[in-house]
Design a protein around this ligand. Structure first.
Ligand code: APR
Length: 312
């Protein structure tokens, strides 16, 4: 009999493996890695490998692999990476049709087996997948959220710290909007401990960093031949930890909008507070007219994506 909470990771691929390793090392709970029957061996193998590392390092968490969704029963958190990642030259939107089918089947399994879970979706195209997850599970919108802004903001933060020559912890950076080429790095809210970054670095270099951030995922796909998996896992674990430990962290996430930033009825990246009630609050920050226009454009793109998804 264990009193530890259960963390279900749906998809035992690159991100799933990283998620398992991080969740166990943070002792967030007992980890269940789920994949399709053909890949059950991979889920089980990764679970064993990580368990053996935990023995060496002295962490208390069990990690198991399975293809049986009954094993996620009672999960407190489900993190979903089931799907296909990008290959070089592909945009996230190119994955819509294939990943939509997978997300629908995963959502039905989560609904049936883990009806009380807080669900974090990572599969791309993110804003459409998290929308579908909420629709199929019927869970309240504060319990279904997408991981993208935390990752995009971390990329922005890293590039800024590097260019300015300060420690990465000194930089606060914010990326809002859809998780795609229209995302909006919000320079007006980027500071080095309160000092606006625009006073520390020239406009040309800043513009280049904004562009690099927007295509930060593609840069890695091009280099590695598949999409990033370490930082995406970190982003989702920050969200899961904030929920499980009621940390009330303010993290940019794909959240359900009910009029915030002038948009409703879509999931899109906005700053949210995550605590034991899930998405407890959406924070509305003041944006410049240019930033607002870019965010509207991004929201329009998300709506188009949802329109395409609804026909599939
Ligand atoms: N149930 C469980 N797992 C599934 C299912 C399903 N119905 N369908 C596919 N999977 C599994 C695959 O078998 C694979 O092991 O999802 C895993 C995905 O792992 P990778 O191919 O390594 O992809 P990864 O890099 O982890 O990215 C996953 O996250 O960032 C996004 O664009 C990325 O959509 C992609 C997802």
């Amino acid at each position: 009999m264990t009193s530890r909470r259960k963390i279900a990771l749906i998809g035992a691929g690159n991100i799933g493996g990283e998620l398992a390793s991080l969740a166990a090392r943070k002792e967030l709970g007992d980890v269940v890695l789920v994949d399709i029957p053909d890949r059950e061996g991979v889920a089980k193998g990764k679970a064993l490998d990580i368990s053996q590392a935990l023995a060496l390092e002295g962490y208390d968490a069990s990690v198991t692999g399975t293809s049986d969704y009954a094993d996620i029963a009672g999960a407190a958190v489900c993190v979903v990476t089931a799907g296909v990642p990008r290959k070089p030259g592909m945009s996230r939107d190119d994955l819509l049709s294939i990943n939509l089918k997978i997300t629908r089947s995963v959502a039905a399994q989560i609904k049936a087996n883990a009806p009380d879970a807080f669900v974090i979706v990572i599969s791309n195209p993110l804003d459409a997948m998290v929308f579908e997850m909420q629709k199929v599970t019927g869970f309240s919108q504060n319990r279904v959220v997408g991981m993208a802004g935390a990752l995009d903001s971390a990329r922005f933060q890293h590039f800024l710290a590097d260019a300015i020559g300060v420690g990465v912890k000194e930089v606060q950076a914010l990326v809002l909007g859809g998780h795609g080429d229209t995302m909006v790095p919000v320079l007006s809210h980027c500071t080095v401990n309160g000092v606006p970054v625009s006073t520390l670095i020239g406009k040309e270099e800043l513009d280049a960093i904004v562009e690099r951030t927007k295509f930060g995922g593609g840069e890695i796909v091009k280099l590695m031949g598949t999409s990033a998996y370490v930082a995406p896992a970190s982003g989702a674990i920050a969200m899961a930890e904030s929920y499980l430990r009621d940390q009330k962290r303010l993290l940019p996430c794909a959240a359900w909008l009910t009029g915030q930033y002038g948009h409703e009825g879509i999931y899109m990246g906005v700053p949210v507070v995550i605590g034991s009630d899930g998405v407890e609050r959406i924070i509305e920050v003041e944006l410049s007219a240019d930033e607002k226009a870019l965010l509207d454009n991004s929201a329009n793109h998300v709506s188009e994506l949802l329109g395409a998804a609804s026909k599939l």
